[in-house]
Ligand binder design. Structure first.
Ligand code: DMJ
Length: 569
C-alpha cells in the first residue's frame, strides 16, 4: 500500500468509522453483546437445520442421537409426499416449519430452495389421519406465512420463480380441514383423514385450544384466497366455544364436539387451553374485530381473577372458580408474552421472573412442577426444547428494553448448548434431574425456540414492519386491508377507523383506535392516547406514565421502573 493510500485509510477510519462506532455505542450500549448472541443463535439454528437436512429430510423430524428420522408423530398424524415410495410417511415438516425462520435470518437462497422444493413435492391427497390443531399451526400456518414472505417486497425469491404454489397448497389443506367442522355444534373433530374426511367411530373429544385456536391461520387463508369458508368455520367454532363458558367466564379443558358438553371442567392457562387465549387477542390485532377483543378481555380478567396466585397460575374448576391443581407447566410460560401484548407489563414481568427461577433451578424448564408439594411431577420431568420462556423473554425485552432480559436470553442459550446440543442436532431432555436425553428434535425448536432467541438479540426483521406471530411462531403481517370495518355500534362517535397506506405500520394492540381522519397523514394515534414521558417507558413516578391508547386507562409506574397497565380486580 502506498504512503498516500495509507493516509487515506487512516483518514477514513478517523472521520467515518470511529464516529460511526461511537454513535452505535451511544445508541445501543448492548450492540456488541447482541451481535455476539445473535451470531450464536444463528449457529444453533443452522446446527439444528443442517442436521435435519442431512439425516432426516424429507421426513418430518430429526432424531439427533441416532441421526435418523421420525414421521409418526402421535401429535400430528402422518402426511405423505406423493413422489416418494409408498412406505414413506413424511411431509418434510421441519422444512415447512423452518421457512419463516430462514426468512428472518435473511437466508434468501435457502428460503428459495425450500419454497421451490415444497412447491414441487408436497401433496395432501393422502390417506392420513392428522391432528387438526397441530396440522393447522405447523403446516397451514407455516405455508401461509411463507407464502406472504415469498411475495412481499423484499425479493426473497428470484423474479417469476414462485407462482403462489404454497398458497395453493395451503388452500388445498384448508379444504381438507373443512369436513372436520361438519358437526351439530360446529366444533371441529380433533382428528381428520385428509383423503376420506372424518373416519367412522372417530373420537369426539377435543380440547379448548384444539377448536378455539384456528382463527389466525384459517382467517389469513380466507383473506389470501377470497374464500370465506375457512374463516367462517373457525369463527363459528370459536363462537360456539365461547357460548359454552361458565357464568364466571371460565372454560374447561376438554369437550365433546357432537354434544357440545364439557368433559373436563378444570382448566388453566397451560396444555389444552393456552393458545385459545392467545388467539382471541391476536385475532383482534390481526383482523380488528371488536368481538375478539370483548371475548379476550372477559377471558383475561377471569384468568387473572380465578387462576392467578401472585406470580403463579394454578388451575380451577370453571363452574365454581375453586382451585383444582397447583402446578406450574412449561407451556404456561407463554403467558407473560401475551400479557406484554395487552400492556400488562408488570404482571408479565413478575411471572416471567418466577419461570426463569425455575429454569435456573433445573437448568431448563421441567414440563410440570407441583407448586403445592414444591416438587417435580413424577412422570413429567422432561423438557422437549420448548420455546415459551424464550418467547416471553423476547416480548418483554421488546416492551421494556430492560437489559435484564438479554441476560435471561443468554442464560437460555447457554443452557440449551450445554445440555441439549449433540453432534446430530439438539436433543430433548427426558429427565431434568439427570439431564438424560431423548432422541427427538421437535420442529418447533426451529420454528419458535431459535426464532425468538434470535429476535431477542436481532430484531432487524421487525423494523418498520408490524407482524403478529402465530402460536407456532410464524409471522403474519398486520394489514389494514384485513381489518374489518368496525361495526358502527363500537365506533365512538368522534372517532373513525382510518384506512390509509400508513396504517399497516401503525395498527397494533396499542393503537387500534384511530383518531379522526382530519389528522391528515400525521402519526395516527388513539384519540385518548398520551405518550409516556420518556420514549423507553422508564419511569420514577406514575406521573411519568401516560394514557394507554387501547383502553384509555392511565398507565402507572412499576416497582421495576416501567410504565404499564396495572389490572386491579
Ligand atoms: C408449539 O407447538 C405451540 O407453541 C403450541 O401452541 C404449544 N406449544 C408448542 C411448543 O411448546
Amino acid at each position: 500500500m502506498s504512503r498516500r493510500n495509507r493516509w487515506i485509510w487512516v483518514l477514513i477510519f478517523m472521520v467515518i468509522i470511529i464516529p460511526a462506532l461511537r454513535i452505535e455505542a451511544k445508541q445501543d450500549p448492548y450492540a456488541a453483546k447482541k451481535k455476539r448472541m445473535s451470531d450464536k443463535v444463528r449457529r444453533m439454528f443452522y446446527h439444528a437445520y443442517d442436521s435435519y437436512m442431512m439425516y432426516a429430510f424429507p421426513h418430518d423430524e430429526l432424531k439427533p442421537l441416532t441421526k435418523t428420522f421420525t414421521d409418526s408423530l402421535s401429535e400430528l398424524g402422518n402426511l405423505r409426499l406423493e413422489h416418494l415410495p409408498q412406505e414413506y410417511n413424511g411431509s418434510a415438516l421441519t422444512l415447512i416449519e423452518s421457512l419463516s425462520s430462514l426468512a428472518i435470518l435473511g437466508n434468501h437462497t435457502e428460503f428459495e430452495k425450500a419454497v421451490l422444493w415444497l412447491s414441487e413435492n408436497l401433496t395432501f391427497d393422502v390417506d392420513a389421519r392428522i391432528n387438526l390443531f397441530e396440522c393447522n399451526i405447523r403446516v397451514l400456518g407455516g405455508l401461509v406465512s411463507a407464502h406472504i414472505l415469498a411475495t412481499d417486497s423484499t425479493n426473497r425469491l428470484g423474479k417469476g420463480m414462485y407462482k403462489n404454489e404454497l398458497l395453493l397448497l395451503a388452500e388445498e389443506l384448508g379444504k381438507r380441514f373443512l369436513p372436520a367442522f361438519d358437526t351439530p355444534t360446529g366444533l371441529p373433530y380433533a382428528w381428520i383423514n385428509l383423503k376420506h374426511g372424518v373416519m367412522d367411530n372417530e373420537i369426539t373429544e377435543t380440547s379448548t385450544s384444539g377448536c378455539g385456536s384456528l382463527i389466525l391461520e384459517m382467517g389469513a387463508l380466507s383473506h389470501l384466497t377470497g374464500d370465506p369458508r375457512f374463516e367462517s368455520a373457525a369463527l363459528r367454532a370459536l363462537r360456539k366455544l365461547w357460548s359454552m363458558r361458565s357464568s364466571l367466564n371460565l372454560l374447561g379443558t376438554t369437550l365433546d364436539v357432537e354434544t357440545g358438553e364439557w368433559i373436563e371442567y378444570s382448566s388453566g392457562i397451560g396444555a389444552g387451553v393456552d393458545s385459545f387465549y392467545e388467539y382471541l387477542l391476536k385475532a383482534h390485532i390481526l383482523f380488528g374485530r371488536e368481538e375478539y377483543w370483548r371475548m379476550f378481555q372477559s377471558a383475561y380478567l377471569a384468568v387473572q381473577k380465578y387462576f392467578r396466585h401472585g406470580p403463579w397460575y394454578h388451575e380451577a374448576d370453571m363452574r365454581t372458580g375453586r382451585a383444582t391443581f397447583w402446578q406450574l407447566t412449561s407451556l404456561q410460560a407463554f403467558w407473560p408474552g401475551l400479557q406484554v401484548l395487552v400492556g400488562d407489563i408488570a404482571a408479565a414481568n413478575s411471572s416471567h421472573r418466577e419461570f426463569f427461577h425455575v429454569w435456573q433451578k433445573f437448568g431448563v424448564l421441567p414440563e410440570r412442577y407441583l407448586l403445592d408439594h414444591q416438587m417435580l411431577h413424577p412422570t413429567e420431568k422432561y423438557y422437549p426444547l420448548r420455546p415459551e420462556l424464550a418467547e416471553s423473554t423476547f416480548y418483554l425485552y421488546q416492551a421494556t428494553k430492560d437489559p435484564w432480559y438479554l441476560e435471561v436470553g443468554e442464560s437460555i442459550v447457554d443452557s440449551l448448548n450445554l445440555h441439549t446440543r449433540v453432534e446430530g442436532g439438539f436433543a430433548s431432555i427426558r429427565d431434568v434431574t439427570t439431564m438424560e436425553l431423548e432422541d427427538h428434535q421437535h420442529s418447533f425448536f426451529l420454528a419458535e425456540t431459535c426464532k425468538y432467541l434470535y429476535l431477542l438479540f436481532d430484531d432487524s426483521f421487525l423494523v418498520n414492519q408490524n407482524y403478529i406471530f402465530t402460536t407456532e411462531g410464524h409471522p403474519l403481517p398486520i394489514l389494514s386491508s384485513w381489518h374489518e370495518r368496525l361495526p358502527v355500534a363500537y365506533i365512538p362517535s368522534n372517532w373513525t377507523s382510518v384506512k390509509s397506506e400508513y396504517q399497516p405500520k401503525r395498527a397494533s394492540a396499542m393503537s387500534l383506535r384511530m383518531c379522526p381522519a382530519n389528522c391528515g397523514n400525521e402519526l395516527l394515534q388513539s384519540a385518548c392516547h398520551i405518550p409516556d414521558f420518556r420514549v423507553d417507558h422508564r419511569c420514577l413516578t406514575d406521573e411519568d406514565c401516560g394514557i394507554d391508547s387501547t383502553s384509555c386507562r392511565r398507565r402507572s409506574c412499576s416497582m421495576a421502573g416501567f410504565c404499564g397497565l396495572w389490572l386491579s380486580i
